[in-house]
Design a protein around this ligand. Structure first.
Ligand SMILES: [Fe+2]
Ligand SMILES: [Fe+2]
Length: 297
């Protein structure tokens, strides 16, 4: 997956539109990458984290709206809010389907809900200045997380291994539609953070908190899913070595590649438009079965 540079014009002319997609999960097998429970459940962690996480993004960005003094950025933030709200609901439906298949995701989701609502939620009793500071700090966390969602989106759009393994086509479309929109709106959170606080320390802190937290949640989530899968009964135990081997088969992003990508976030000249390709994202959205159905094709 090479890093692609593209003309700024492609990105600058984007208008972010929420696409009101629908997916039918009734035929989704529990192991939607056939015979690959660990790869399936490692990717399934997305469904555990994203509904609560993306609802939290929406809340943070709505809180930040009155602080924006640039009209174009404000439009982009509104587009971002619309897209993330739909993403959250699309992943929520997969969670509901897992429960119907006998895999109960609720104990883990309760922990995630507590994290986003209590630990990272609104703090009561702040002064106006403290509240502004708190909102900017949370925007910086979102900006760092959006670096990873764009990385993962770019991976999903460039993952022929999943096609070779005959992964479920509806799930592939969900991952690639969502991934394409993550690539499409990858600079919004970063631009909002810089608009509210151009200081490097803010960016640094956002990644130093969000990066390790995300890895921790992912490892725990994968362990949880493998233990909760009624067909496995705890027989598959995830290891980093196994994850590396699965990544080599093209079914997961390579952890080292992801780590190197996170390091690029610290470069002084970093900007999200240097990662991934808007043209490729738009090309996928033009062919995605769910996105085309929502556009009335
Ligand atoms: Fe999203
Ligand atoms: Fe996003």
């Amino acid at each position: 997956m090479p890093r692609q540079a593209e003309p700024a014009a492609v990105h600058d002319s984007l208008v972010l539109e929420p696409r009101d997609v629908q997916f039918d999960w009734s035929a989704l097998p529990l192991h939607w990458i056939p015979d690959e429970p660990m790869a399936t459940h490692t990717i399934n962690v997305l469904h555990l984290l994203l509904p609560e996480g993306e609802r939290w993004f929406v809340k943070v960005f709505k809180d930040a709206l009155p602080m924006i003094t640039d009209e174009q950025l404000r439009e982009e933030v509104l587009g971002f809010i619309g897209q993330e709200a739909i993403h959250a609901e699309a992943h929520q439906e997969v969670l509901d389907h897992l429960l119907a298949q006998g895999l109960d995701p609720r104990p883990y989701v309760r922990q995630i809900s507590w994290l986003f609502r209590r630990v990272l939620g609104d703090k009561p009793g702040l002064t106006a200045a403290q509240r502004r500071e708190n909102i900017i700090e949370r925007v910086a966390f979102v900006a760092a997380i959006e670096h990873f969602t764009a990385f993962l989106g770019n991976w999903a759009l460039n993952s022929p291994g999943l096609d070779r393994a005959e992964a479920d086509p509806t799930m592939l479309d969900l991952l690639r539609w969502h991934g394409a929109e993550e690539v499409e709106h990858r600079s919004v959170a970063f631009d909002l953070m810089v608009h509210l606080d151009p200081g490097y320390l803010r960016r640094l802190r956002g990644m130093l908190v969000s990066g390790p937290l995300l890895v921790h949640l992912w490892v725990r989530g994968t362990r949880f899913m493998l233990a909760a899968d009624p067909t496995l009964k705890g027989s598959v135990r995830p290891t980093w070595r196994e994850a590396q081997q699965i990544a080599r088969r093209g079914l997961l992003p390579e952890p080292t590649r992801m780590f190197r990508s996170a390091l690029r976030y610290f470069l002084p000249g970093y900007h999200p438009t240097k990662e991934g390709s808007s043209s490729q994202a738009l090309a996928y959205l033009a062919t995605s079965p769910a996105a085309r159905a929502s556009a009335g094709h």
